[in-house]
Design a protein around this ligand. Structure first.
Ligand SMILES: [Zn+2]
Ligand SMILES: [Zn+2]
Length: 150
């Protein structure tokens, strides 16, 4: 899977399938994107190959809790990845993939602030706030996460 920013300066490639895909309806994500939600493909940072450009980390204040850094194209300022406290996992903004349809959300989170006109699909877990990774992540993804901690 490949993707990039609007001006073409930043290009990236995902070296494998994502670990898990979040559709986040929280107020931070709504504000950051100016939209109803963000689609984040979680993947090991070292599996994101930067093919061109030099995404710059911009610290972002959040309403509560942990800090967040958003990696932006230095030219067009499009946000391509973000990073939370666990810096070994990057959240790739799936709307920047060349084929955004190549990933689908595995979970919908922070639905307590979901916009009322957004209808969620049946069969995909949806949580008011967050979820237990051990319950929802596939075993292979949990193993990859454990490998990062070693
Ligand atoms: Zn750009
Ligand atoms: Zn969010």
């Amino acid at each position: 899977m490949t993707g990039g920013c609007s001006c073409g300066s930043v290009r990236y490639r995902l070296a494998s399938e994502p670990l898990f895909v979040h559709c986040c309806h929280c107020l931070n994500c709504q504000r950051q994107t100016g939209s109803a939600f963000v689609i984040n493909a979680l993947i090991e940072a070292d599996r994101v190959e930067i093919l061109s450009g030099d995404p710059q980390a911009v610290p972002l204040p959040r309403d509560a809790g942990e800090d967040q850094r958003v990696y932006r194209c230095p030219e067009c300022q499009i946000a391509v990845f973000s990073e939370y406290s666990r810096t070994s996992v990057w959240f790739v903004r799936a709307g920047t993939l060349d084929d955004p349809a190549s990933v689908e959300p595995d979970v919908h989170i922070f639905t307590r602030s979901k916009l009322p006109w957004v209808t969620l699909p049946d069969g995909v877990p949806a949580l008011e706030v967050f979820y237990d990774m051990k319950e929802l992540w596939p075993a292979a993804s949990l193993e990859r996460l454990e490998a990062l901690a070693r």
